[in-house]
Design a protein around this ligand. Sequence first.
Ligand SMILES: Cc1cc2nc3c(=O)[nH]c(=O)nc-3n(C[C@H](O)[C@H](O)[C@H](O)COP(=O)(O)OP(=O)(O)OC[C@H]3O[C@@H](n4cnc5c(N)ncnc54)[C@H](O)[C@@H]3O)c2cc1C
Length: 655
Amino acid sequence: MNKDLAKERQSSVLRVQELNSFIGRNLFLSDERYKQVLDLKSVLASRIKSLYDENYENLERGQKYELVLKKSLELIEFASEHNVTNYMEYTYLIGEVMGTEKHLFGLHFTMFTISLELWSTPEQKAYWDRFLKENGVFGTYIQTEIGHGTFIRGLETTATYDRNAEEFILDSPTLTSIKFWPGASGKTCNYAIVMAKLIIDGKDHGIHAFVVQLRSLENHSPVPGIELGDIGKKHAYEAIDNGFVKFKNVRIPRNNMLMRFAQVLPNGEFKRLGNEIVMYACMLIMRGILCMFASLLQSISTTIAIRYSCVRRQTADPTGLEPQIIDYQTQQYRLLPGLATSYANFFATIYFRNILNSFRKRSKNFSEIETNELAKLHALSSGIKAIVFDECLKFGQINRLCCGGHGYSASSGLQPVIQEADAGCTYEGDNIVLYLQTARYLLKAVQKGFSPHLELDNLQQIEKSDLFKRFEKYILLFRNLYESQIGEISNRMFILIEEEKLDRFEAWNSSSVALIYINLFIVYMNLNGIYEHQKSECSENQVILEELFELYLSYGIVEKFPNHFLKLGLIDGNQMTDHQNRLYELLKKVRVNAVCLVDAFGWTDSNLASSLGVYDGNVYEKLFQFAKSSLFNQNSENPVFNKVARPYILAKSKL
Ligand SMILES: Cc1cc2nc3c(=O)[nH]c(=O)nc-3n(C[C@H](O)[C@H](O)[C@H](O)COP(=O)(O)OP(=O)(O)OC[C@H]3O[C@@H](n4cnc5c(N)ncnc54)[C@H](O)[C@@H]3O)c2cc1C
């Protein structure tokens, strides 16, 4: 064990095991289930030991694909043997097997199965359940086209009904209609949910979901009429074959349209059943999973950077001693707000997941759902998804910089986190578009005279607590900020739209109100998490979590929204200086427990897949080992150099 890391752990009063149990209990809903998941994780770890490759980042794309395919199949088998059906648990296990690499059948277990579950009629659901059980089906979700992603109504793929054959004919009529990006569609998946424009007798009935076979279950060759392949190298996910798919008059049975909310009868009659907005329910579940995933992902890069910053020593002080880099205030200023944000976003996404679970339980029959509630949840989910991925990306990059040159080595494990967060800012809804959706909802609500306030279950109870009183001055500041901001934007919009007759879309073009709203939500949820923690009676940890919370709040004032606070007159220059000074004090306090706070997330070395974040801190050994296993070092000679450059050297030496 590296002696600096050992000292960090000894000198902190944080009780890591207790905090880890609290996190696990929140994640998996009970202590018992958390323990079971941990047991499963260690069984799985020993089972896939032979597939674990420390040298993964040095492999070529084809080798990575093969390894990830093997691991993905092993994981599916393991999950089915141990009856793991909850996607969050599944994701946790994926981390043990894949590190931060993607799973090839991630979409199969999310968008594909969730769409089948939510959009099928009961008869269709029974049919597809049986079909999936009895066949080796690997599904994906195909929506985006070369020409359109965000604007779903702009999709051009057609599904034209042929009433004589009782079939739909799928077609990609233009270059821009070719499906592009779907995960694992290029080489791997054999079935897909395809989103296409329904046409009956020349009439466009909007976008609907169809189950389409892509490849033969016998020999994996593409189904006639479907041209498909890999889209080529991307910023990340080397092992994943995001694909293109082009349809040429591909026929599928009428029953392959998922008809829970809209039906096409054999005679071609089109019937809409219930409100279109329930289609969002599928997206919501997916968002819940993704938000949680992003908050955990951020805790991974934070763990790596904080551990490394305690091991790394740099630049002699006046006594000649090289300090640990975490002792530089500039390092703390970049690292520790990321730690506070990891906890804040974790608490927020847990709460959000719980709201979604209770919504899902209540809404077995979607026709009875209050559309208002769904719209509100959708607006909240859009904003949370955007902010957690934005922050995961921002702090991932900061963490990379905090690790200096070694952070830039693929062995640091930071690159996949950053790339994953980067992609997450675009997939499942571009973040800017999502902020605008949230803003649109909020401003509409205000203009209809609804309260702009958050309605949270146990808010009143929390507001009566001593904990709330301790943080009241901060919370009121954030609440006032949101109210002032929404008031100002709403007035401005009223003038723009009513008096200057501006296009609504231009007027909506303001996303900061959504950012502030979601930030306020996270503040409350962070408070809620700490409030719940109080019940665990671990007072040492409670004090430390409260310091971390205060750091989150101070950072919000000083770094995230200083201009808004000053411009709206909620804080003056002197008060801002006071907040800045308090932030510096808090950095010192949080620094003392930083290693134990990241240890409490409980990531194993295989989860982190990082030479810099290893638990024992033996960083330099790992780095050197990685360098030696570079493909470039497999041969001590360099035949390529000799072939290409030797003639040049020879020519020079003759001169
Ligand atoms: C790694 C990865 C995996 C993916 N996996 C899948 C998959 O499995 N299945 C699938 O179907 N798709 C998948 N996608 C595609 C993804 O869903 C789309 O890329 C995403 O929805 C964004 O759409 P777009 O690419 O068309 O961006 P665009 O809509 O073209 O956005 C480009 C820019 O324009 C801005 N913009 C667009 N519209 C507006 C607006 N209304 N107001 C203001 N600004 C706007 C955006 O902010 C953005 O900056 C994946 C993408 C990635 C990167």
